[in-house]
Write a protein that binds this ligand. Structure first.
Ligand code: EPU
Length: 343
């Protein structure tokens, strides 16, 4: 890992995948843990910094007066494997998709369903990234954090991360003073493809009829193709992926909605509740492709909002509120924002 230390103290524009203008007054580029005492000193004087890496899941304000830390520590350390899994520590600033590619190339399958998700390794546990039937929580053995309140680092075991659907302890009050430094992955030696998601049906059929003919690379290629067909590339059309979480509702509400909307898309949860497809709800309200000034609902995936040029945080929130209100009026379902709205 690099040992260079770089601090910039001047107004600096923060790049973010939503393409929102945001100027910060103090930005530290974190490359190495030798910088931790300096960050701790800044915390003691100015409080908790805003921590960013890929800035692919944040809605940023126009001015950021808090100190900002840009995670740019990269690299991995291969540990002694467990009987059932390869164990690898990966630095928080490592690009997520690059790590997925590296893991497959090194012969460690298990992350292929999570291909092409924008962002960094360190951000992945924060929102417990999930796609195509797999959540990060299923592949994590621990997370190393720096705790600004104690001025020390420590490893959290997986249960301590309190992973939930797009949720974790890192998003909750307990994690409010932590910096994710490294993520420990446990990638299964006895790999089985995860093919339950509807979009993976072609591979599932192949797997069921001709066992062992589906490789991790095939799942990776399929997921990449589906994502490229459905989701806008943030480097071309600035966005933060899904803008709302898929709402989880009671079985009573689900049954009522199903009677009036027979085509409702919903997935039964193990606790008996139902997760509704927010994209379907928004689509039904007629929002696909609709513009709200410089913000548009994507025309292939209604769950994604796109900055068509010049949008600011307020524009994004206005569009989001209008959409959430329409869904609440029509279905009685409350949509929650998925990206972190920074204040
Ligand atoms: N749908 C519509 N209209 C739309 C969009 C979706 O009818 O405009 C319907 C689809 O036909 C489908 C259902 O809604 O039946 C679900 O759509 P999709 O498979 O595209 O997934 P999603 O629920 O919209 C979630 C994640 C994505 C993840 C995909 C695949 C959330 C908030 N989003 O989207 O994650 O890639 O599943 O697993 O859980 C992200 O978090 O940024 C993200 C992109």
């Amino acid at each position: 890992m690099s040992t260079s230390l770089q601090a910039e103290v001047n107004p600096i524009a923060l790049p973010n995948t939503m393409g929102l203008p945001c100027v910060a007054s103090a930005v530290t580029v974190f490359r190495d843990r030798a910088q931790l005492p300096q960050l701790q000193d800044s915390f003691d004087r100015h409080g908790m910094p805003l921590v960013l890496a890929g800035a692919s899941n944040v809605i940023l304000p126009e001015r950021m007066d808090r100190p900002v830390v840009l995670m740019r520590n990269t690299g991995m350390e291969v540990l002694e494997p467990r009987a059932d899994a390869w164990l690898i520590d990966v630095a928080a600033g490592h690009n997520w998709h690059q790590w997925v590619c590296e893991s497959l190339a090194r012969g460690w399958p298990g992350l292929e369903n999570l291909a092409l998700i924008p962002g960094s390794v360190g951000a992945a546990p924060i929102q417990n990234i999930g796609a195509y039937g797999l959540e990060l929580a299923q592949r994590v053995a621990g997370v190393e954090i720096w705790d600004f309140e104690t001025g020390q680092s420590r490893w959290l075991q997986t249960p301590d991360c309190r992973f939930g659907y797009r949720d974790s302890v890192f998003k909750q009050a307990a994690g409010g003073h932590w910096l994710v430094l490294n993520v420990r992955f446990a990638l299964p030696k006895d790999w089985q493809p995860v093919l339950g998601y509807p979009d993976l049906a072609p591979l599932r059929q192949r797997w069921q009829t001709r066992a062992a003919s589906v490789s991790a690379q095939m799942v990776f290629d399929h997921v990449v193709a589906v994502r490229q067909a459905k989701l806008p590339d943030p480097t071309v059309e600035p966005n933060v992926g899904s803008f709302f979480k898929n709402p989880v509702v009671s079985s009573e509400l689900y049954e009522r909605l199903k009677q009036t909307h027979p085509h409702l898309v919903a997935y039964r949860q193990i606790d008996g509740q139902f997760k509704l497809a927010a994209g379907w709800l928004i689509d039904q309200c007629g929002f696909k492709g609709k513009r709200f000034g410089a913000v548009a609902v994507h025309d292939r995936q209604a769950l994604v909002l796109v900055n068509t040029g010049g949008a600011r945080m307020a524009d994004v929130l206005r569009a989001a509120n209008a959409i959430a209100q329409a869904v609440a009026d029509r279905f009685g379902v409350h949509l929650q924002m998925e990206p972190v709205c920074v204040s």
